[in-house]
Design a binder for this molecule. Sequence first.
Ligand SMILES: [Zn+2]
Length: 231
Amino acid sequence: MNVLAVTAHPDDAEIFMYGLLSIFKKKQNNIDVIIATDGSAGGAQKGQALAKTRANESIKGLNKLTKPIFLNHPDGRLFDDANIFDSLSDCVEKINPDVVITHSPYDYHTDHRTLSKLTVEIIDFRCPILFCDTLMGLNFTPEFFIDVTSEFEEKRKAILNHKSQNPTRFVNAIEINNKFRAAQCNAPLGKYAEAYKTHKSFPYFNVSKIIPNLMTIKPFNVVYKNNNSLI
Ligand SMILES: [Zn+2]
């Protein structure tokens, strides 16, 4: 399959979807990652020098998966960039994806929300779309939990390549998120999960058929010793 990640900023693929992309890669799928903005607003010294630094950080962060495709639209301004629709459409046309992973339409970041909505319009009925989790799960109710325990150390290292972003804070945040998502499945301590949901317009297709490493969800049945009541 051609797996296409459509992301807004140079570190998004590593933070939000690295585990699933890595599993897809190890199962012999082709991975492409589009980075829509140049990342020039994400740091203390904003501008083109930062954009160049961040592009190099992405190339290192994703080097086990693919060479990223940079669209270089202005960071933080996707909502009023008239050119993004055409550049993203052209890329999608060339890649011809079988599944697309992008941000949630209810994400906390304006570029993430804008790109998510554009991706839905451009993909249309072409293939299924998966929405990735938000940074701390805000406004996100998962549909699928992917066991990324085996990928988590590689994911941590991939994020740490983004040195210009003080990346430890993102590693810490996503470690909490991925442990929490595993805990929602009642998985044992030490497990990590990434959470996803589908865009519902793709008809007549069971998306779970193409998603690897689905985590088993075990019910919580906690028995109190004193009164045997269940919670
Ligand atoms: Zn981002």
